[in-house]
Design a protein around this ligand. Sequence first.
Ligand SMILES: [Zn+2]
Length: 130
Amino acid sequence: MRRHPRCVGLAAPQVGSLLRVAVMDATGHPKVKSSRGLLVLVNAQILKAEGDLIQREGCLSVPDLTGNVRRFKRIFLRAYDEQRQMRQFELDGFESIIAQHEMDHLEGKLFLDRVENTAMDVFRRRNYAA
Ligand SMILES: [Zn+2]
């Protein structure tokens, strides 16, 4: 995750591990005002979800495309952290989207599976300078 510019999350299946583990960190990203820093999510579950929003998403596993995806705006999440402590989070906006995107990877789903209209809502990715 740290090696790729603008990457804010990674799920274990993306690196060949079939564990229900994901990491995310939106620190410094223009879409977040204050980030929680690195979150390690083990066996994460969404307890409650509210609202919805549509935002452009990209993914290391789909390097050439981005897409508009509808997600819950706010989620209440329970997960174990790297010290095996149960933690609960309320994630809103961009951080909520990241967590949902990474949790989809654990189910074998990509953001492209959630695009409502592939003709209108999928785009070729701009090249980010490394
Ligand atoms: Zn992804």
